[in-house]
Design a protein around this ligand. Sequence first.
Ligand code: HEM
Length: 304
Amino acid sequence: QETNAVTLVDGLEGVFGKQDGFRRSGAKGVCAKGVFTGTPAGAALSSASAFSGKPVPVTLRFSVGGGNPRAPENAKSVRGMAVQMELPNNEQWLMANISTPVFGAATPESFQAFLDARRPDPATGKPDPAKIAAATAANPDHKIQPDFLKTRGVPASYGAVNYWGVNAFKMTNKKGKSQMVRWVFEPVGGEEFLKEENVASTPPNFLVDELKGRVGQIPVNFSFVLQLAAAGDPTNNPTVQWPADRKTVVAGNLAVTSVEDKAVCDSINFNPLVLPKGVEASDDPILLARPGAYAVSQGRRLSK
Ligand code: HEM
């Protein structure tokens, strides 16, 4: 069977159920506003106006990975931060970043197999462990993201965890020089995780109030860090990290300034291929599969 935008969203609905009105992934979340300010080091890599040094208004959406609108937040699951920058000349830069440096599958076909194996068995209402084991054996890339999550705690705040872009992108500067990059938003105050002994007693819905409190009390800032590929680093596999010693550049700062009503984000589809001049997609098949699936999900959630 062919894998496409519809089969992928059907796969998400198969795992999480049809949750009318909610995103088919990142279903549980909260909207926010902020300001992005680029650095000269960013401008040296990309001609994008985001790096002009002038403050850029942004709409943000923080979320919990997956299609469950009631997902518990005291769990070692994926957190998301989606970003919509409003740039001059009607340009936008949209991103949807996650709290792991890798994705759960290397290709759309492998992600389809990951989802299909986790669809609950109608007889038991639960996924069949044998099907999951068979899918993992056939697709060893399924192990990489869960293995990473096991090495981390439960994020203590939407405002204090790293958010990686995961997919590779191409940046081109004013001189026409191009460089493949990956990015990560790193909280300026460092990452914060719940103490193991406090996880069980932490309420399953603490993240929105925590973020409101944090934004009201302290600056909530992230550094926007670019990792520069060297020759031969793969740009088409979101489960393979580049070596940790690759050069990094602080290309900007993101300040989260307010928490907003859900409605502010409902109409936004954080299509990661809406890019400004100076930034282009890589050949990563997962990246290229995302816009179609997001559009199918958006159509379904806005119509029902
Ligand atoms: C083929 C692979 C993927 C598929 C099929 C997929 C599918 C989806 C869908 C259907 C949505 C809901 C969109 C909406 O209703 O507006 C979504 C949201 C999201 N995805 Fe993906 N995704 C994929 C890969 C990724 C990757 C690689 C990342 C991270 C780099 C990512 C991060 C996110 C985030 C953070 C959200 C929530 C965005 C928001 O707040 O609106 N996804 N994804």
